[in-house]
Ligand binder design. Structure first.
Ligand SMILES: [Zn+2]
Ligand SMILES: [Zn+2]
Ligand SMILES: [Zn+2]
Ligand SMILES: [Zn+2]
Length: 366
């Protein structure tokens, strides 16, 4: 057999090698972005955005290499592996991960990646922007916040995606490097000390922010299992803290986790294994499905993480058991008849919901 990697004298990468190369390159850009942060906010922002894009592309490539192309239907494998083809934009990459690869990505992660990409474009296209020209006096702090949130979102995905299992040492290395960014947020944290103290004095709790890692998240009063929680230092943690009882009858200790981190894999008190299913069962206050109510039961999907049938009734609210987004309502799609957390678009019978194409989709031809 001939070596498929070499053809016409040009060296081709195999799919495995290309995945490895994209991922290595992504880590390099990331390390570079963090290193040069103090020196140049501009280049740090640009390199950080490139790293995010490369990680997402590497993951998408694991579905099929042609998905990285601008137009996958005109795939020319030779040109692509030579590095000679127009590739998908960051937006296309995220959309394809969701629609084609069915990769669930939490809404806050998609938002922060979008923000970082937009920021990069601004830095690139406004040629007059100097190395450390940032928006206003708190500009550098805001970029530090943005990168903390960007790294949190990336780290969560890279740890969850089995494709990146061989890169745990790199993930750890970047996490250590990112610690330096906290210096830029210390002033903001100091400025909030009094506010946090008065929250504590009033009997409130303050927990660590999953994004900027200061003890700076104010937990509001808990209603049922859910307490609103948000960070007063950075803009990026706005979610909730969830409390469920340990499923072990001899323990029943309260297990707390943030909507960002998700539940621990075991009870911190008795070490009993805790699955997402256990947590969903603990939060679910809806009627059990029986043969009598089966046809009245509406399964609810979550548009925030792309979770299929993951939203459940929790007292007078609904919560996604995958990404823990909470909403007071859900809507029923006029086309597929399934529920969608937070509601469905107007004219859903025509346009569908996040999970179907609607009737208009059937008449589309290409
Ligand atoms: Zn924070
Ligand atoms: Zn327990
Ligand atoms: Zn969800
Ligand atoms: Zn639908």
């Amino acid at each position: 057999m001939t070596n498929p990697k070499v053809s016409g004298g040009a060296a081709f990468l195999s799919e495995d090698e290309l995945f490895e190369a994209l991922t290595r390159s992504a880590f390099e850009f990331l390390a570079r972005a963090i290193d040069e942060f103090a020196e140049s906010a501009k280049f740090s922002t640009i390199h950080f955005a490139i790293a995010v894009e490369l990680f997402l592309k590497a993951r998408l490539m694991r579905e099929h290499w042609s998905l990285l192309l601008d137009k996958p239907d005109q795939a020319d494998k030779a040109a692509f592996f030579r590095g000679d083809a127009k590739t998908a934009t960051p937006e296309q990459t995220m959309e394809r991960l969701r629609r084609v690869a069915l990769v669930t990505m939490p809404q806050p992660s998609r938002e922060i990646f979008g923000l970082i990409a937009a920021h990069r474009n601004k830095m690139v296209h406004f040629a007059h922007a100097g190395e450390n020209d940032t928006d206003g006096p708190n500009g550098v702090q805001r970029i530090a916040e943005e990168q903390c949130a960007g790294w949190l979102a990336l780290r969560t995905l890279l740890t969850e995606w089995p494709e990146f299992a061989d890169f745990q040492a790199d993930i750890w290395r970047i996490s250590v490097q990112m610690e330096g960014h906290r210096t830029y947020l210390e002033k903001a944290f100091a400025a909030k000390a009094a506010e946090l103290q008065s929250h504590r004095d009033a009997g409130g709790r303050v927990i660590q922010c999953p994004s900027c890692r200061f003890e700076s998240v104010k937990v509001e009063e808990r209603i049922d299992a859910i307490a609103e929680a948000s960070c007063v230092v950075c803009r990026f943690f706005r979610g909730s803290e969830i409390t469920v009882d340990c499923p072990n009858d001899d323990c029943r200790a309260a297990i707390r986790f943030t909507s960002y981190d998700g539940p621990p894999s075991e009870c911190p008190t008795c070490d009993e294994a805790l699955s997402k299913g256990d947590v969903a069962a603990a939060l679910d206050t809806g009627d059990a499905i029986t043969k009598d109510n089966y046809f009245d039961h509406v399964p609810i999907n979550c548009p925030h993480c792309g979770g299929y049938h993951t939203a459940i009734e929790h007292h007078d609210r609904y919560i996604c058991s995958e990404c823990f987004t909470v909403d007071e309502t859900y809507g029923i799609c006029g086309y597929c008849s399934e529920g969608q957390l937070g509601g469905v678009p107007e004219h859903s019978s025509l346009v569908g919901c996040e999970f179907c194409e609607g009737s208009a989709g059937r008449y589309e031809d290409d």
